[in-house]
Design a binder for this molecule. Structure first.
Ligand SMILES: [Zn+2]
Length: 318
């Protein structure tokens, strides 16, 4: 049975492409992957890609949220959340006082939790039933399970919609943005947080760029193309920020690790594995690690001011 498909570009529906990065090996999964660019509009996407019925294979239990949250011991995770979401929170709070907020790809609901405490009406969807149960049990947040397109959201009904590291996982991201535009109220805000395909790191590391996350990331957006997609959907006051320092630094440093360590490329530990402090690295390797940290730190500081950060937050108003 063929579990792979060759998609057409979700923006212009064109099927012609040129190969962008070939022979990519994942740090987690067996196989060779490829990223192509639409010959017409330049949008980059994973091609071929696993069919929707197969993509679950690539979302194994070692997920990000499970490394963070465990059995209700949430304090550290929630502190990390406050740092991780600081930039997104600032965008929302400088635009809205309160209202109805939808989180697409809500995970454990940790992002929504603070908004709930602040009196917002919070809603979220996710595919992961375990994350949804966690949200209910520990945060008393009722999330819905399913794909974004499974739901009939009421038009003109949300003040804010957030996609936090989610858009690039969708099979039809451009259609999703068009749909979100319709369900937002007038003056409503769409905020998308995701890797920047035009970052310094992506150009330096190419197939070893940690944020490629192939084959789970199906689309790879540059700020230019994503801004255009927002604009065509109808959004105005579109802004892109690259000031997500912790993400910029993390992606750069992990990319160095993938590049230098065959262990990570083969995926024996998985890319999200924390550096084991007890591992006795040789003096040479310790120096190498320190050097990567310094370079990553410096690059992360510079790139955010040049619009080349590893991560971008893009938002627009209806
Ligand atoms: Zn295209």
């Amino acid at each position: 049975m063929n579990n792979w498909e060759n998609p057409v570009c979700d923006y212009c529906k064109n099927k012609e492409f040129r190969i962008e990065i070939d022979n990519i090996t994942s740090w987690e999964y067996k196989g060779i992957f490829r990223i192509v660019k639409c010959a017409k509009c330049g949008l980059a996407y994973t091609n071929p890609r696993p069919k929707l019925s197969q993509i679950g294979e690539y979302y194994k239990d070692e997920s990000y949220w499970k490394n963070m949250f465990s059995n209700g011991k949430n304090e550290d995770a929630l502190r990390t959340r406050d740092i991780d979401y600081k930039e997104i929170d600032e965008v929302i709070k400088s635009n809205k006082d309160t209202g109805r907020i939808l989180d697409v790809g809500a995970g454990t609901g940790d992002f929504l939790l603070r908004y709930k405490k602040d009196g917002w009406k919070v809603e979220g969807i996710d595919l992961d039933i375990k994350a949804i149960k966690y949200a209910k049990k520990y945060f008393d947040i009722e999330l819905k399970q399913g794909d974004f397109f499974d739901f009939d959201f009421k038009q003109n009904s949300y003040d804010v919609v957030v996609l936090n590291n989610a858009l690039e996982h969708l099979y039809y991201p451009v259609e999703a943005i068009n749909k979100i535009y319709k369900i937002l109220k007038k003056e409503g805000l769409l905020i998308v947080n995701l890797p920047n395909y035009n970052s310094f790191g992506r150009h330096i590391f190419k197939g070893n760029w940690m944020a490629l996350q192939i084959p789970r990331h199906l689309y790879h957006f540059s700020p230019k193309i994503l801004s255009k997609i927002f604009k065509i959907a109808g959004f105005r006051k579109i802004r892109v920020q690259y000031n997500y320092f912790s993400q910029n630094y993390y992606i750069l440093f992990q990319s160095f690790r993938y590049l230098m360590s065959p262990k990570f490329k083969k995926g024996e530990k998985g890319g999200m594995a924390k550096l084991d402090k007890s591992q006795n690295l040789s003096f040479k390797k310790e120096i190498g690690k320190l050097l990567f940290k310094i370079v990553s730190f410096g690059l992360a500081l510079i790139e955010q001011n040049l619009g080349r950060g590893e991560n971008m937050i893009i938002y627009g108003k209806k």
